[in-house]
Design a protein around this ligand. Structure first.
Ligand code: SF4
Length: 345
């Protein structure tokens, strides 16, 4: 299965693509640069547990990311914890912006943030080479937002960050909202209006069992079908084609083209068949799937003196073993060995 939008090199010079044993081409790397976070979102963190994993230095992340780019990665998303807490992030971005893919193109550089530090950092991030940003925002009602983040005053701060990101040109600007029945499922219609008012892409995410505590149950998930039905009751939605096969969101537009709705439905409409992602944790371990029970210590091998060629080979062999899919809700399903805040989106 090959995603349509990937660059194609002439046959005689085509470098080997990073593929798994299911024939999926892996071109999207997500790198967690810290598992520290300045928010305590109720569906993610218990609030008692802080950071648990060491961070590499910026030069070490750069060397590891370069190895993945040598193997065909074209998209790099920086995540956390909260990546804007990471000292040296702008230096890392400048270095990544100077890299070229195997096809001589700039990397597609994106970042996911809770937006708390975005107001002051939007312009420097853009100048350092970041192209686009996704902001996690789980309510358009300030009281509900701050009940979820458990950070007083955070709503206006994040809203300011979103507007600063758009003003800096970090677009397309996406807003990720994790929906939980009984917490913020009353925000669906408000977010649809927000998407139009702010002209942003609001993406609703079905709640996945990746939290620190034991909150997840099938009943707490708000399924894609219900979200679409509810928005269609207040405004027309037009389904949009995915930009590429590995796009995780089902996208919907509005007749006048202002604003967009996306729904990421890993629980009710899984998209593992076209998955193009692997992850690098803040302490340098490869996770081939968000729900992996195994981790592969790339950084440990680098520290032990492995050459770039040996490390690339290790990445190749590790990705070959990538899981076919997740097994959420199935008998015997095991939560992953790390919770989301310690993996990164
Ligand atoms: S659950 Fe795993 S295989 Fe499925 S889309 Fe997510 S990372 Fe890919």
């Amino acid at each position: 299965m090959v995603a349509a939008s990937l660059p194609v090199a002439p046959a005689e010079t085509a470098p080997p693509r990073l593929t798994d044993s299911h024939g999926r081409v892996i071109h999207d790397l997500r790198v967690s640069v810290t598992d520290r976070c300045n928010y305590k979102c109720v569906y993610c963190r218990t609030g008692e547990v802080g950071a648990q994993y060491p961070e590499l230095n910026i030069g070490e992340y750069l060397r590891l990311i370069r190895l993945f780019v040598d193997l065909g990665i074209t998209k790099v998303r920086l995540t956390g914890g909260e990546p804007l807490l990471r000292h040296g992030l702008l230096d890392l971005l400048r270095e990544l912006a100077s890299l070229r893919t195997l096809w001589g193109e700039p990397l597609d550089l994106a970042l996911t943030t809770n937006g708390h530090l975005l107001d002051s950092l939007a312009r420097p991030l853009k100048d350092a080479g970041l192209q686009r940003v996704t902001v996690s925002m789980d309510a358009v009602d300030a009281t509900i937002f701050e009940r979820i983040t458990r950070i007083p005053g955070s709503f206006e701060t994040v809203l300011g960050g979103i507007r600063a990101a758009r003003a800096a040109g970090l677009t397309p600007l996406k807003i990720n909202c994790v929906l939980l029945r009984g917490f913020n499922d009353d925000q669906v219609e408000g977010f649809a209006r927000f998407a139009r008012a702010e002209d942003v892409a609001v993406r609703f995410i079905e709640f996945m069992p990746l939290e620190e505590g034991r909150l997840w149950s099938p009943e707490i998930v708000v399924p894609l079908r219900e979200i679409v039905q509810r928005i269609r009751k207040i405004m027309p939605l037009v389904e949009l084609p995915p930009p590429e096969a590995s796009e995780t969101a089902r996208r919907y537009g509005f007749p006048d083209g202002r604003g967009e709705i996306g729904i990421i439905a890993p629980v009710t409409q899984a998209f593992c068949g076209a998955c193009s992602r692997v992850r690098l944790t803040s302490d340098g371990k490869i996770r081939t799937c968000l729900f992996s029970q195994m981790e592969h210590d790339l950084y440990g091998r680098m520290r032990a003196g492995a050459s770039d060629a040996e490390l690339r080979d290790f990445i190749h062999r590790t990705v070959q073993g990538k899981e076919a899919r997740h097994h959420i809700g199935e008998p015997g399903f095991l939560k992953p060995s790390r919770s989301m805040v310690h993996i990164g989106g």
